[in-house]
Design a protein around this ligand. Structure first.
Ligand code: NAP
Length: 248
């Protein structure tokens, strides 16, 4: 028996990177997983890879999480396919970095609409089902940048700090139904998102990590799986940094 045996999970941004690792770990623990990404090809490829190991565990879907009406429609499709949702992981996220002097309104809007409003859209689409499931879980993937800020990432930091406030409010609103809501704040994790940074920037970041190593997507997946499991039933409204000690 896995830790998440027969639970139904929805994971956004699961076509690659951290979200894909979360979906894989969930399937390994016995869950059925709806894999959402922006690009159909990525969500289908991730679902196929999981099904090759855990037959019938995953199904891929494509949507822009920033698009409220489209997310609401997809929510109906996923509920028809899976019947209900026990675990929602809002992991889809983007960066559009730049100093504020040069940051366009569009760069602000895309990041806030994807990282913060996207989570709102997803919770709205599934909240009725989640509130009916005993011991349901919402886990939002923020960032240590949402805790400490970063020059050149005002939009990203605001979106992730907003996600933390959103999650704490959900935790309070949903606690009466036994539903928990928590945040994982990753530090520097080796994925496509950080792969684009130049070597000088990576070396400077590495100096600030006490454990002197970049994190892997599997490190985040392990923490998310714990929060999704019955073992975490008494934890809600918390922010868990998984960052090698960067922020403490
Ligand atoms: P990634 O490799 O860039 O993957 C991002 C995923 O999000 C992709 O599957 C992408 O879909 C999906 N996505 C992006 N915009 C979307 C939208 N509008 N609608 C639906 N899906 C969308 O990123 P990652 O490094 O795995 O990061 C995952 C999460 O962790 C993000 O929220 C990020 O902010 C957070 N995080 C990452 C790090 C890090 O060091 N990597 C650190 C702190 C926090 P497609 O595959 O279809 O493009």
């Amino acid at each position: 028996m896995g830790k998440l045996q027969d639970k139904v999970a929805v994971v956004t941004g699961a076509g690659r990177g951290i979200g894909k690792a979360i979906a894989e770990k969930f399937a390994a623990e016995g869950a059925k997983v709806a894999i959402i990404s922006r690009t159909e090809a990525n969500s289908q490829a991730a679902a196929e890879a999981i099904n090759a190991q855990y037959p019938g565990a995953a199904k891929g879907y494509a949507v822009d999480v920033a698009n409220g009406p489209a997310v609401a429609e997809l929510g109906k499709v996923i509920l028809a396919d899976f019947d209900h949702v026990d675990i929602l992981v809002n992991n889809a996220g983007v960066t559009k970095d730049g100093l504020l002097l040069r940051m366009s309104e569009e760069d602000w809007d895309v990041v806030l609409n994807t990282n913060l409003k996207g989570a709102f859209n997803m919770v709205k689409a599934f909240q009725r089902s989640i509130l009916k499931q005993k011991g349901a879980r919402i886990i939002n993937i923020a960032s240590v940048i949402g805790l400490i800020g970063n020059a050149g990432q005002a939009n990203y930091a605001a979106s992730k700090a907003g996600l933390i406030g959103f999650t704490k409010s959900l935790a309070r609103e949903f606690a009466g139904r036994g539903v928990t809501a928590n945040v994982i704040a990753p530090g520097f994790i080796a994925t496509d998102m950080t792969g684009v940074l130049d070597e000088k920037v990576k070396a400077a970041v590495l100096e600030k990590i006490p454990l002197a190593d970049f994190g892997q997507a599997e490190d985040i997946a392990a923490a998310v799986t714990f929060l999704a499991s019955p073992e975490a039933r008494y934890i809600t409204g918390q922010v868990l940094a998984v960052d090698g000690g960067m922020v403490m």
